[in-house]
Design a protein around this ligand. Structure first.
Ligand SMILES: O=C(O)[C@@H](O)C(=O)CO
Ligand SMILES: [Mg+2]
Length: 258
C-alpha cells in the first residue's frame, strides 16, 4: 500500500490550520501536504509538524496573487523576477520544515505561444537548479481546464515532453490522478508509461473531488498498481471530504485490508 499524505488544504478543515497537523496524526497519517505555507513563519510550521510527528512532504511555490486571478508565474515572461524570488522563498521554507518536494504552478498562458513556453522552460530549469543544491525535487502538474480554465500545463503528454527536453534529475511530474482522469483517462497506462518521471502522486474521486473510491475509478486497484510499479513516494490525499473528514476515511481502511 502506498504511503498516504493528508492534504491539509482540503482535509481536516473542521479545524484551524495549526490544529490540522495533530488531527491528521490522530487519524493515522504520518505525512501531510498543503498548498501554501506562507501565512505562517517556517519555524512555526516546523514546530506543528514536530509536535504531531508528521512529515511535511509537499507544498507549492507562491502562485502570484490568487485573488487577482494568478494561477502561478512560471510561464509568464513579465513575472520572471517574482517567480525567481518565489523559488528562493520556497526553498528557505523547505529548508526549515524539511520538505523535499515543491510544486511550481505554471500560470494562465498559452502553451503553443513560444514566448510562454520559453519562459516556462527557463523557470523549471532555474527552479530545479536552485533546488538541486538542497536535494529538493521540483514538480510540475498538469491541471484540468474545468477546474482551471486557461492553465498553461493542461496535458500530461506535454508535461512529459517538456521534462524529457529539460532532462533534469530534480524536475519531476506531479501525477494527480483526478486531473489525469478528467484530461485523458487511461490512468493505469499513464502511470505505467510516466512512472520514470513521477515525483509525486495525488488522488481524489472523479468527478466530484471527494474521497477515493467514491467516484468513477477503482482507486484501490490504482493503489495496487502503484505498488506493482515500484512507486516509493507519497500519495497526497488532495480531496474535499464529502462530509466530516473522519467519517470519510473508510477508503483507507478498505485499502489497508486488500
Ligand atoms: O491539483 C491541484 O489543484 C493542486 O495540486 C495544486 O497544486 C494547484 O491547485
Ligand atoms: Mg493536485
Amino acid at each position: 500500500m502506498p504511503r498516504f499524505a493528508a492534504n491539509l488544504s482540503m482535509m481536516f478543515t473542521e479545524h484551524a490550520f495549526e490544529d490540522r497537523f495533530q488531527a491528521a496524526a490522530d487519524a493515522g497519517f504520518n505525512a501531510v501536504e498543503f498548498l501554501f505555507p506562507y501565512d505562517h513563519p517556517a519555524e512555526t510550521i516546523a514546530k506543528w509538524c514536530a509536535a504531531a510527528q508528521v512529515e511535511q512532504v509537499l507544498f507549492n511555490l507562491r502562485p502570484g496573487d490568487m485573488d487577482a486571478g494568478d494561477r502561478g508565474l512560471a510561464a509568464l515572461p513579465d513575472r520572471k523576477q517574482e517567480f525567481r524570488q518565489s523559488v528562493q522563498t520556497a526553498l528557505d521554507y523547505a529548508g526549515v520544515i524539511g520538505t523535499r518536494r515543491l510544486h511550481m504552478m505554471a500560470g494562465l498562458a498559452d502553451a503553443s505561444d513560444p514566448a510562454h513556453r520559453a519562459s516556462y522552460m527557463d523557470s523549471v530549469a532555474f527552479a530545479a537548479d536552485a533546488a538541486a543544491e538542497q536535494g529538493i525535487c521540483i514538480l510540475i502538474e498538469p491541471i484540468n481546464g474545468r477546474d482551471m480554465p486557461g492553465y498553461f500545463l493542461n496535458d500530461f503528454g506535454l508535461a512529459a515532453q517538456l521534462l524529457a527536453e529539460l532532462d533534469h534529475p530534480n524536475a519531476r511530474l506531479q501525477f494527480d490522478i483526478y486531473h489525469r482522469q478528467i484530461l485523458h483517462g487511461d490512468v493505469l497506462r499513464g502511470l505505467e508509461q510516466l512512472m520514470p518521471l513521477i515525483g509525486h502522486v495525488q488522488v481524489a474521486s472523479v468527478p466530484d473531488r471527494h474521497e477515493p473510491g467514491s467516484g468513477e475509478l477503482d482507486d484501490v486497484r490504482i493503489f495496487a498498481a502503484l505498488d506493482e510499479l515500484g512507486y516509493q513516494g507519497f500519495v497526497g490525499c488532495e480531496y474535499r471530504p464529502e462530509a466530516a473528514t473522519l467519517d470519510g476515511l473508510g477508503w483507507i481502511r478498505r485499502t489497508r485490508a486488500t
